[in-house]
Structure formats: C-alpha cells, structure tokens
Design a binder for this molecule. Structure first.
Ligand SMILES: [Fe+2]
Ligand SMILES: [Fe+2]
Length: 137
C-alpha cells in the first residue's frame, strides 16, 4: 500500500510538513558540517556527517510523499525538473563567475563543477523521460 498523501488534509498535515522541512534543513546542515570537518582534516567525522545527511534526505522525501506534496503521477514534474536542471547549469555558471570576480577562484572552480553536474541531472532526467514517456517526447 502506498503512503502517498496519507496525512494530507488531516490534522497531521502541518506536523508532517514541518518534519519534512526540518529534515531538508538537516540535510543541508550535516553536509555543511561534513564540509567543515573535511577542511579541518577530520575525515571520519566528515564521513559520519554525510551518512547522517543522506538519511535526513531520505526522511525529508518520505514526509513529502506522506503529505502528498508532489504529484503522484511523477513525469510532469520530472519534465519541469529536467528543464530547470538544464537552465540551472547556466545559472550556476553565473554564480561561479561572480564568485570568481570576488576573488574566490578555488570556490568558483568547484561551483563550475556543480554547473556541469546540474546539466548532467538534466541529461539523466531527459533519458528517463524518453524511456518512460516516449509518447510525449
Ligand atoms: Fe531525520
Ligand atoms: Fe540538480
């Protein structure tokens, strides 16, 4: 049985929505801790924070589904995400350029890698769309 939307429109909707947000924030927080720990040479702590962050991300997605936060028919959403990821690649390059202009070349180099990753996300989503929604493509 699907958990989809089980709490939507119930007295639990707000609670679950808050949990989803808290888990999503936790994901960001733990990845930030991992980054800082890595910079400080604490590889074991960094790995532990990443393990926690990945679980928080799973929890966030779970609560979002429990509340029916996204459409159950996923492919319309995937199509808009595919476009956003493609566009996101360009936007991230702009961020990299601005960060570079500020004098943070090392950070800018890394952000440029993120831009390539965003574009790759778009490619992956495009391939999935072709595979699972061939009629609309
Ligand atoms: Fe959690
Ligand atoms: Fe992305």
């Amino acid at each position: 049985m699907s958990i989809y939307g089980a709490t939507r429109g119930t007295e639990l909707e707000k609670l679950v929505s808050g949990a989803a947000q808290a888990e999503a924030s936790g994901t960001m927080l733990y990845y930030a801790l991992a980054r800082l720990a890595r910079e400080q040479g604490l590889g074991d702590a960094a790995d532990a924070f990443i393990g926690i962050a990945n679980q928080e991300a799973v929890h966030a997605g779970f609560y979002a589904v429990l509340n029916g936060q996204y459409p159950r028919d996923i492919w319309g959403l995937v199509l808009s995400m595919q476009k956003a990821e493609e566009k996101g690649g360009e936007q991230v390059l702009e961020i990299a350029a601005k960060v570079r202009a500020l004098g943070c070349g090392e950070a800018a180099d890394e952000i440029e890698k993120f831009a390539a990753e965003e574009k790759k996300h778009g490619v992956i989503l495009g391939e999935l769309l072709k595979k699972y929604t061939p009629v609309e493509q």
